[in-house]
Design a protein around this ligand. Structure first.
Ligand code: NOJ
Length: 565
């Protein structure tokens, strides 16, 4: 192809300016956007209802983009909005390249992407790759006969003996992972609900079909994908029985160790393929993945050689579930030093686990702890991910009666397992009865009682609110070079109560100290050339504008962020 006139001129300009400034031969590539981004997870059913049916929707999200921009959010990850029978509230997809009418239309989606772009907010889609809905046309075909061309797109096997499933594998959501299908007298495999049959990733046609899905959404201008349940893509072809662990689970099944259904090395080949597909698009597309891995070695594998997922979510840190300076120090140090040199991705709440206000709160200092957790999330070096409403201190509000439960896990496991409705309640925009979420009489999940004081409208006005803590921290992260892209080093010398670290970018040095105990504590930080540091943020708020670094005192669950001279 001939170079256009425009490219010729551009080339000349570069040559002249290169000569004039004697620029280095190799230009440093700017960091990809996701290295400095803050990602915000939106559960679309619960963010904002725009049409009064009690369920959140795409136009609702679009109407709140200014809020997100003002808060300091760079990207939104929206959990599935594709057509779905809704058994697993969207994670059972029946069409990967359409929008469920419950959430709006494709035109609404396009508008959302365009409006988000105007505000420098990128859109990340959920990519549910392990399974489809049993209502997906692929599965309908597959189950129609043993000889259907799509039969092998799913995992069909004969039972061990009449009435006995092919193996003892269990579904993550309780009971056998095999479902007998009368029509063709075979079992199909489902890691999750019966209505979520697993795709057969050993079939190359599945790869082609699922990669087309990526292209479809990339062409619509999305910035990347959050890949669901990726460690579960492959199972043992020999169908060996999993070993048992002592005891039973909340569903009354014998406890099982998922030895033959998780973390097969072929997963990494798939991730490389997916990365190659998105890398063909401009704009540094990002792959994020659920990575509920047992240890740092397994988590590190998901980065590949920089050619798989850029941001595997660190579940080890999210799930520590207690305020422990030694615990966090160890885990942050581990991921910081991961052998793949991958960018860490941190979060504490999502749509599958009780909210952090409850999980990390001690029942007395929960609001203070919420601010401490916000500081931890937003001052460390990785890419932070928030969950809608965490910036308000929204809490888990489980249903009181089994009749009110929506999530099938809660129906099956009640009362030991109440399901995930509690962390999916509507966003609390105002203190009114409908939380400013809907005009419907009855939202799909009830508005929690905490709405009267934990909501955007009132917290905005309160300088000490959790919301204003997040706002300040998000803004500091953008404006302080050390917090934006500085290195990270723990500097607390193994203190049992205080987790402290230094962020440094060039001459800009910022100290972060977090007291993870219910008692006041001091720490001596030995930092060359520094006696005092200028307070950028403290919680509880304090009057002094500078703190002595050699005897830094912190209140119970207190935090200080201070800039060294
Ligand atoms: C993980 C998702 O986060 C969860 O909500 C869903 O139920 C399972 N994957 C199955 O798709």
């Amino acid at each position: 192809m001939k170079p256009s006139l425009r490219t010729c001129f551009a080339a000349v300009t570069i040559t002249i300016s290169a000569l004039a400034h004697a620029a280095p031969a190799v230009q440093q590539k700017a960091d990809p956007w996701w290295k400095h981004a803050v990602i915000y997870e939106i559960y679309p059913r619960s963010f904002q209802d725009s049409n009064g049916d009690g369920v959140g929707d795409i136009n609702g999200i679009a109407s709140r983009l200014d809020y997100l921009h003002d808060l300091g959010i760079d990207a939104i990850w929206i959990t599935p909005m594709y057509p779905s029978p809704g058994i697993d509230y969207g994670y059972d997809i029946s069409d990967y390249t359409a929008i469920d009418p419950e959430y709006g239309s494709m035109a609404d989606f396009d508008r959302l992407v365009a409006e988000a772009k105007k505000r420098n907010i990128r859109v990340i889609m959920d990519y549910v790759i392990n399974h489809t809905s049993d209502q997906h046309p692929w599965f309908k075909e597959s189950r129609s006969s043993r000889t259907n061309p799509k039969r092998d797109w799913y995992i069909w096997r004969d039972g061990k003996a009449p009435g006995q499933p092919p193996s003892n594998w269990q579904s993550w959501f309780g009971h056998s992972a095999w479902q007998y299908d009368e029509k063709t007298k075979q079992y199909y495999y489902h890691y999750f609900y019966v209505q979520q049959p697993d795709l057969n990733w050993r079939n190359p046609q599945v790869h082609v079909a699922m990669e087309d899905v990526l292209r479809f959404w990339m062409n619509k201008g999305v910035a990347g994908f959050r890949i669901d349940a990726v460690s579960r893509l492959y199972e043992d072809p020999g169908l060996h029985d999993d070993p048992y662990a002592p005891g039973t689970n909340v569903y009354g099944d014998r406890n099982i160790i998922h030895k033959y259904t998780d973390n097969y090395p072929q997963v990494n080949d798939v991730l490389k393929e997916l990365r190659r597909v998105v890398d063909k698009y401009p704009g540094d597309p990002v792959l994020v993945t659920e990575a509920d891995e047992p240890n740092i070695t397994e988590l590190t594998k998901l980065y590949g050689n920089g050619d798989e997922v850029q941001l595997p979510m660190d579940f080890q840190i999210a799930d520590l579930n207690k305020l422990s300076a030694p615990g966090f120090r160890k885990l942050f140090n581990e991921v910081e030093n991961n052998t793949a040199h991958g960018q860490p991705e941190y979060f504490f709440s999502n749509h599958d686990q009780p909210r952090q206000w409850d999980r990390y709160g001690d029942g007395v200092h929960n609001d203070q702890i919420a601010k401490l957790m916000a500081t931890l999330l937003l001052t460390t070096r990785g890419t932070p991910q928030m969950y809608y409403g965490e910036e308000l201190g929204m809490r888990t509000t489980d249903p009181a009666r089994v009749e009110d439960v929506h999530d099938p896990i809660g129906k099956l496991g009640w009362p030991k397992e109440k399901g995930r409705d509690g962390e999916r309640t509507p966003m609390q925009w105002t203190g009114s009865k409908d939380a400013g979420f809907t005009t419907a009489q009855k939202p799909w999940l009830p508005i929690p009682p905490s709405v009267s004081s934990y909501n955007v409208e009132s917290e905005r006005k309160d300088p000490n609110s959790i919301f204003n803590a997040y706002k300040r921290l998000l803004s500091l992260r953008k404006t302080e070079p050390a917090l934006r892209d500085g290195s990270y080093r723990a500097i607390d010398g193994d203190d049992p109560n205080i987790f402290a670290f230094l962020r440094q970018s060039g001459s800009s040095r910022v100290v972060v100290a977090l007291n993870m105990s219910s008692e006041p504590h001091s720490i001596a930080l030995h930092l060359s050339g520094a006696q005092h540091a200028e307070v950028l943020y403290a919680s509880p708020a304090q009057k002094q504008q500078s703190v002595p670094v050699q005897t830094l005192s912190l209140e119970p669950f207190g935090v200080v962020i201070a800039k060294l001279p």
